[in-house]
Design a protein around this ligand. Structure first.
Ligand code: AVJ
Length: 323
């Protein structure tokens, strides 16, 4: 009946929009209003994030790519031939090929992402360069237990998890430990992981990275309200909110907020939410881990941090973990 990519008629409630609505309604009902950063990445949000990664102020992506370019052979040295590579969040089109080229005859690449369109896109792009590689996308939420296809679990196949981009920083420390335990379960004995973490704790570097002069990060944050308006029929006035980045030295994290410029009421799914002037919606946490703190966190999840690579300014770190 429907063409596969046609939009559902207005007012249609799909399981995905129902989950989105439930999440937003719950978050806006809290004393400190909040919305999970996972919802920032619709198509427009992903485009804006890609733009952020090219900004002069946003050092993580460029630093991580330089680290991979310089050291990926060392990082991948203990991975034997015929490996299965599981990448969490499959949006890192500039990083994955660097890793795959450093491996001896990788057998399979398993990108894991909740956003279906990005899964197929990254699968197609890689299939072009790595023609013998089996690509087995997994449509899954990385905070929930998942399993590799049976034949990729053969114990003799080296398994390597790849989680670049400091995305692990979006989880709370407890959430990061839970995630690393899940990865241990999914990858199995003797697995290795390469994880990129932002380790900057200097507000003079952090604040511009999360509040750039061109306003791209502001647009990225505000796009969340546009998405809620479009997908859930809310009436957020985008001009009634502004972007703010806050560094919490006590918690070792950057926070993104949307600040209400004036008292206002927003309607959503038959409910309403009142905002005082200056009241915020907390939309993202981005934790920054020192090398030692991250090693301790990995250890608490049952992994051994056996190597780490950092830039001269120690802004970003890639860790190799072993089960
Ligand atoms: C993709 C989650 C790693 O936290 O630095 C960029 C997202 N937010 N600018 C980060 C983000 C604001 C980014 N991660």
């Amino acid at each position: 009946m429907n063409a596969p990519h046609a939009l559902p008629p207005p007012g249609t409630v799909t399981a995905a929009t129902a989950a989105f609505a439930a999440n937003v309604l719950e978050g806006l009902a809290q004393p400190q209003k909040r919305i999970s950063s996972a919802w920032l990445y619709d198509r427009r949000g992903s485009e804006l994030f890609e733009e952020i990664t090219h900004l002069p102020e946003y050092y993580p992506t460029r630093t991580e790519i330089s680290l991979l370019e310089a050291h990926v052979d060392d990082m991948a040295r203990p991975v034997g031939p015929g490996a299965v590579v599981v990448e969490i969040g499959s949006g890192s089109s500039r990083k994955t090929p660097l890793l795959l080229r450093a491996l001896a005859a990788p057998h399979a690449y398993v990108p894991l992402d909740l956003a279906e369109e990005f899964l197929w896109e990254s699968a197609r792009t890689l299939a072009r360069e790595f023609s013998g590689l089996r690509i087995a996308p997994l449509l899954a939420d990385f905070t929930q237990p998942f399993a590799l296809p049976d034949d990729l679990q053969a114990p003799e196949r080296p398994r390597l998890g790849f989680f670049p981009g400091s995305t692990i920083g979006n989880l709370s420390p407890a959430g990061a430990i839970a995630f690393l335990r899940l990865m241990a379960g999914a990858l199995g004995a003797d697995a290795l992981m390469l994880i990129g973490t932002d380790c900057t704790r200097d507000p003079a570097a952090l604040l511009p990275a999360y509040d750039d002069t061109r306003g791209v990060t502001a647009a990225f944050n505000l796009n969340l309200l546009a998405r809620i308006n479009r997908e859930l029929g809310a009436d957020f006035a985008l001009a009634g909110f502004r972007h703010e980045a806050r560094y919490r030295a006590d918690l070792g994290r950057i926070e993104m907020h949307l600040v209400s410029r004036r008292p206002q009421r927003v309607r959503l799914c038959g409910r309403h939410f009142d905002f005082a002037a200056g009241e915020t919606i907390h939309t993202e946490n981005s934790y920054k881990y020192s090398r030692d703190d991250f090693c301790a966190l990995a250890h608490a999840a049952g992994w051994l941090a056996e190597g780490s690579w950092s830039d001269r300014q120690q802004r970003f770190c890639i860790h190799r973990l072993r089960l």
